[in-house]
Design a protein around this ligand. Structure first.
Ligand code: NAD
Ligand code: ZN
Length: 379
């Protein structure tokens, strides 16, 4: 079958690989209809996170069940499914508590497994014609429509990661109806956090970035854009809120985002959030921060430590929630909002490409080129 493989930093190619096959009775094979490129893939693409050569990337997968293992009781050939980026066993201590991003079984020694990702277990990704899905009865979410349906395909394609992840950011922040929130980053995750906040009844939603095209999408999601290239985002938010600040903050940038020129820099986003969130408010961090960054430019993070205004954080009595999104915890309800026409997260998709064009897609998306906000590949 054809699949995208990682060869080295900024070098991915679509090539022939061994067919995905059933390896355990609880596996299914899914024929991929949509598989997205994610900001998280760029950590590996840029070489900031080590991943083995020859690995197939792709953790945002949607498709049709092609073949089921002998232990599968719920799914059947022809089912249309969304696959959470997390791979979870469904019965360990963390899965039982809904923390499927921290499954203790699927990736021994590390908490949490995922498709096509460094340090997240020996699982290939779905930027390929077919994908092996472990513990599939537990992990796969059925979608309306049969094997031939592509209704709401781009909306449902956002269910495997960024829509639930944006939602998770708002939940980690403790957002309540009528409250205000600042989202750092107008990437796909930040825009989904803004959309989620609006759906949950937030009053004011501010989204901070410097890319006009992305800020325009945040506006489309119902947010007020804050362009940090035009001035200190703290001052802008404090002015917009009459000096009060906001109730909640969501970090959707992560460690070492890079700016328009491709220059890498530490995000500094937590500093901003600690300043703009009012005393006793909350911060949800879904941008990824690695345990350490041994080859990066920041001497502290080389040792896995990060400067962050903890004194101000403590003095203000703030709370913070962190971590990968437990996609299964949210994707059923978010699917139903899409089905009912109450949420259309697919509006952020800027490009639909053939799998064969994947390397191009990576290059443009990685460069944050104007208009390249979210790429969906159709094998
Ligand atoms: P992205 O790289 O496309 O978007 C990040 C955005 O942040 C860019 O638009 C960039 O211009 C902006 N940015 C950079 N520095 C900034 C700053 N100082 N202030 C404000 N904005 C700044 O990535 P994405 O796909 O939106 O993902 C965002 C983060 O979320 C990444 O770290 C990704 O790995 C992470 N992520 C986490 C989960 C999870 O489960 N927790 C899931 C998916 C993605
Ligand atoms: Zn993703």
């Amino acid at each position: 079958m054809k699949a995208l493989v990682y060869n080295g930093p900024r070098d991915v190619t679509v090539t022939e690989v061994p067919d995905a096959r059933i390896e355990a009775p609880t596996d299914v094979i899914v024929k991929i209809t949509s598989t997205n490129i994610c900001g998280s893939d760029l950590h590996m693409y840029e070489g900031r996170t080590d991943v083995e050569q020859g690995k197939t990337l792709g953790h945002e997968n949607t498709g049709i069940v092609e073949e089921v293992g002998s232990g599968i009781t719920r799914l059947k050939k022809g089912d249309r499914v969304s696959l959470p980026f997390n791979i979870a066993c469904g019965h360990c201590r963390n899965c039982n508590r809904g923390k499927t991003a921290f499954c203790l079984e699927v990736n021994p020694g590390m908490a949490g497994g995922a498709f096509g990702y460094a340090d997240m277990g020996p699982y290939q990704g779905g930027q390929a014609e077919y994908l092996r899905v472990p513990f599939a009865d537990f992990n796969a979410l059925r979608l309306p429509g049969g094997a031939d349906s592509r209704e709401h395909e781009l909306d449902y394609a956002m269910l495997s990661d960024i829509f639930p992840t944006g939602w998770h950011g708002t939940r980690l922040s403790g957002l309540e109806p009528g409250e205000s929130v600042v989202v750092m980053g107008a990437g796909p995750v930040g825009i989904m956090a803004a959309l989620s906040a609006r759906i949950q009844g937030a009053d004011q939603v501010y989204v901070v970035d410097q890319h006009a095209d992305r800020l325009a999408l945040a506006e489309q999601a119902g947010a007020t854009p804050v362009d940090f290239s035009q001035g200190d985002p703290v001052e802008q938010v404090m002015e917009a809120t009459g000096g009060v600040g906001v109730d909640r903050g969501v970090e959707a940038v992560g460690w070492q985002a890079h700016d328009h020129s491709g220059e890498e820099h530490p995000a500094g986003t937590l500093d901003t959030l600690v300043q703009v969130v009012r005393a006793t408010g909350g911060i949800g961090v879904v941008g990824v921060f690695p345990p350490q960054d041994p080859n990066g430019p920041d001497p502290l993070m080389q040792e896995g430590r990060m400067a962050f205004p903890f004194g101000a954080f403590f003095t203000k009595g703030l709370t913070m929630g962190t971590g990968q999104a437990d996609v299964k915890r949210y994707n059923r309800q978010l699917r139903d909002l899409i089905t009912q026409g109450k949420a259309s997260p697919g509006f952020i998709v800027s490009h639909e490409l053939d799998l064969a064009q994947a390397a191009d897609g990576y290059q443009h998306f990685d460069a944050r080129e104007d208009g390249w906000t979210k790429v969906v590949l159709h094998p």
